[in-house]
Design a protein around this ligand. Structure first.
Ligand SMILES: [Zn+2]
Length: 59
């Protein structure tokens, strides 16, 4: 399992456009396997990562 920590005071830089990410776009996508979130940079909109909702097999 991968744990995701929320960081409030750290500046995260997009690996694609190298801008400081003030906000990340989270796109909710429904698939056959459950609900997934695609995270994208707010500036260049390139995908930073994909994760699925915690306990998605419950519902
Ligand atoms: Zn970017």
């Amino acid at each position: 399992m991968i744990n995701v920590k929320e960081c409030q005071n750290e500046s995260v830089v997009c690996p694609h456009c190298e801008k400081t990410l003030g906000s990340i776009h989270a796109v909710k996508t429904k698939t056959n396997l459950g609900v997934r979130f695609i995270y994208a940079c707010g500036f260049c909109r390139k995908v930073l990562g994909v994760s699925h909702r915690k306990g998605f097999w419950m519902g």
